[in-house]
Design a protein around this ligand. Structure first.
Ligand SMILES: [Zn+2]
Ligand SMILES: [Zn+2]
Ligand SMILES: [Zn+2]
Ligand SMILES: [Zn+2]
Length: 443
């Protein structure tokens, strides 16, 4: 049956009408072979064909449905693909745009960099030029310096030669000086007066027949004998000795001093010599010390110096006030600083303050200065004892006194003891004190 159906359908489908006629002929042949009528065979075949047709149309419908479905699906996919394609088409555009933008940006940056490079190249070129110029300048300077050095070297050489020449001259001079000193020493030995052991500075210088010299101060007259050889002196004077003393440099006689001076300057030097002996300003000390050692004596050795105990008063201001104990007790006076000398410094000069209780109920207050009388005249010290509440004041203003070679009574600000008593006030330690104010000035 299936073979017949297939053959019919094939005949109908593929061969058309001619094939249909041949199919009918076949059918008739078939019916004859089967011994049945062709109609019944046909009807049976028709019903079979109808069924086959139905099945086919069902299948066809199904196929059509599947096809439609597949078509729809394909369409959707196609749309999707198109969309994707569009999308993918757009993406490269975007990328291209971005790329172009980035390229532009890069270009710009590149330009900027090029500009910078150009600038830095220009600067570099400028710097290089400057460097070359500086180098040239340095070179010129170097050359100048070299020349200067050469010149200096020549000068140094010349100076060295001059120096060695001078050194030779100096050596010769030194030899001369040594010779001269030896001669002076021999002459001094001969000129030294055997009585006073001093070398006379002025004539006449007397001599005995053996040539011994006697100074005019020690010469005892023409009837006297020579103190060395005992021969009669007569009245002979030595012109040579007078000429020598007038022309040699005389040694300073102060201990420690090494100065040698012409006779006309000797006296002046003696007055200002740093080794001249002076009397300690402390009233109960009276020690004789070299002028240059006086401060050391007062700060470190003198028992009557308040500064040995309390140190030196370094005056920062021109005016200072110091308290002193007022006492009528003799013993206490001795122990208090009221009688001991105070050392102070003002503008690098040394001053010494003495507050002295004298006989006859008087107080004597004065300031001395380490200096000559001439130096003292350039300063002025105002000494004031004052009691402000009672309105009492005693004052004196004058240059400081010098430090003397020999002890001298000095009169400074003199205050009556009664007046001093009135000016004394109770100090916090219970003792009566009066205040001495010093004011220093230069004139
Ligand atoms: Zn003499
Ligand atoms: Zn003699
Ligand atoms: Zn001297
Ligand atoms: Zn002393």
């Amino acid at each position: 049956m299936l073979a017949v159906r297939l053959s019919v359908s094939k005949a109908m489908g593929r061969r058309g009408k001619k094939n249909a006629v041949s199919a009918i002929k076949e059918m008739i042949t078939e019916s004859q072979r089967r011994d049945t009528s062709p109609v019944s065979l046909a009807s049976s075949r028709t019903s079979s064909l109808g069924r086959t047709f139905q099945t086919c149309s069902q299948e066809l419908e199904k196929k059509v449905g599947d096809f439609v479905q597949a078509e729809g699906k394909s369409k959707l996919e196609l749309e999707k693909k198109e969309e994707e394609l569009n999308k993918s088409k757009q993406e490269p555009e975007k990328k291209v745009r971005e790329f172009v933008q980035a390229e532009e940006k890069l270009k710009q940056q590149l330009e900027e960099k090029e500009e910078e490079l150009k600038k830095s190249q220009q600067e570099l070129a400028k710097k290089a030029k400057e460097l070359v110029q500086a180098e040239e300048k340095c070179f010129v300077k170097l050359k100048t310096k070299e020349k200067e050095i050469q010149k200096s070297y020549k000068n140094v050489q010349e100076l060295k030669r001059a120096l060695s020449k001078k050194e030779e001259e100096l050596e010769k001079q030194n030899e001369k000086v040594v010779k001269h000193e030896k001669l002076v020493a021999v002459l001094e030995e001969r000129l030294e007066c055997p009585v006073c052991l001093d070398i006379p500075t002025t004539g006449p210088i007397y001599t005995c027949s053996n040539g011994h010299c006697i100074c005019s101060a020690c010469y005892q007259g023409k009837a006297s004998n020579c103190p060395v050889c005992r021969t009669r002196m007569f009245e002979s004077i030595s012109m040579v000795a007078a000429a020598v003393v007038a022309n040699i440099d005389h040694r300073c006689r102060h201990e420690g001093c090494l100065e040698r001076l012409p006779v006309e300057l000797k006296e002046e030097h003696r007055r200002v010599c740093a080794f001249r002996p002076v009397t300690c300003p402390a009233l109960r000390c009276n020690a004789k010390v070299a002028y240059s050692l006086l401060v050391d004596h007062l700060l470190n050795h003198c028992k009557e110096s308040a500064s040995k105990e309390h140190g030196m008063w370094d005056m920062k201001n021109s005016s200072e006030t110091y308290p002193f104990i007022y006492s009528t007790n003799k013993e206490e006076e001795g122990n208090s600083s009221s009688i001991r000398v105070m050392t102070m410094m003002w503008r690098s000069k040394y001053f010494f303050l003495t507050v002295q209780k004298m006989a006859g109920s008087l107080w004597n207050i004065y300031v001395q200065m380490l200096g000559t009388r001439e130096e003292c005249r350039r300063y002025r010290v105002t000494i004031t004892v004052e009691e402000k509440e009672k309105g009492l004041v005693e004052t004196s203003c004058r240059p400081p006194h010098p430090i003397y070679e020999e002890f001298q009574d000095i009169q400074g600000l003199v205050v009556n003891d009664d007046a001093m008593k009135d000016m004394a006030v109770k100090h916090q330690n219970g003792k009566d004190v009066f205040y001495v104010k010093l004011k220093f000035e230069t004139i």
